[in-house]
Design a protein around this ligand. Structure first.
Ligand code: 13P
Length: 248
């Protein structure tokens, strides 16, 4: 049975004070046995957030990692450094990194390789744009993005896939639970074809305007194993509401 994963991607938001207030506000949130909760702050705040969550079940991850190992790569943080800092998770290939920072499918695959080699579990983001959905290419785009990772990496039950339709990110538009399930089901079938039984253990998260009000319906779908949450993960009450929906 797959455990739900509710992961907060704080993106480039927050400061020392607001981060402490956010974690403080989450401390009393019950986390069910079948639920894992993760927050991914900006890299500079990770150690402070680790200290603030030390006596909680909340895990801490990174939002990005380098495609390279250590060396002369100014500004890059390697997966080995993330592991050294005690992190078990890293988000890879978020659509903002793909569209705003030029990350190709190949770069995403290289980052997954580095993360896995360092013992950091990747949350691999995929998803189509509105134009791709409207022209009937949504599934093909997601499978192409998945294929690039599969081409150079052995699939593992530790992988988490985050299906985040680009048009639903930060827009208030969510895929209907039926549309999301259709894509998650297609992804699971594809992963089963490529990876066999391990696909049953891989968690596939939905991301894109997840809120307390739509989380329960999304989590009720067979192949939706949690959420990657942006805006609503910055408000303790909203993130707690999404965790509560996974607990139920
Ligand atoms: P929103 O929840 O703000 O739409 O962001 C989703 C996202 O990009 C999470 O990685």
């Amino acid at each position: 049975m797959r455990q739900y994963l509710v992961a907060g991607n704080w993106k480039s938001n927050g400061n020392t004070e607001s981060n402490a207030a956010l974690i403080g506000g989450l401390k009393s949130t019950a986390i069910g046995d079948n639920v894992e909760v993760l927050v991914c702050p900006p890299i500079l705040y990770i150690s402070a957030v680790q200290a603030e969550t030390a006596d909680t079940a909340i895990e801490v991850g990174a939002q990005n990692c380098s495609a390279t190992q250590e060396g002369a790569y100014t500004g890059e943080v390697t997966s080995a450094m993330l592991a050294d800092a005690g992190l078990k998770w890293v988000i890879i290939g978020h659509s903002e990194r793909r569209t705003l920072f030029g990350e190709t499918d190949e770069v995403v695959a290289a980052k997954v390789k580095e993360a896995v080699a360092a013992g950091v579990k990747p949350i691999i983001c995929i998803g189509e744009t509105l134009e791709e959905r409207e022209t009937g290419q949504a599934e093909a785009v997601c499978l192409r993005q998945m294929d690039a990772v599969l081409a150079t990496n052995a699939p593992s039950a530790d992988w988490v896939i985050a299906y985040e339709p680009v048009w639903a990110i930060g827009t208030g538009k969510t895929a209907s639970s039926a549309d999301a399930q259709e894509m998650h089901g297609a992804l699971r079938r594809y992963l089963r074809e490529k990876a066999g039984d391990v696909a049953e253990d891989m968690r596939i998260l939905y991301g894109g305007s997840v809120k307390p009000g739509n989380a329960a319906e999304l989590f009720g779908q067979e192949d939706i194993d949690g959420a990657l949450v942006g805006g609503a993960s910055l408000k303790a009450e909203d993130f707690a509401g999404i965790i509560a929906a996974a607990n139920a």
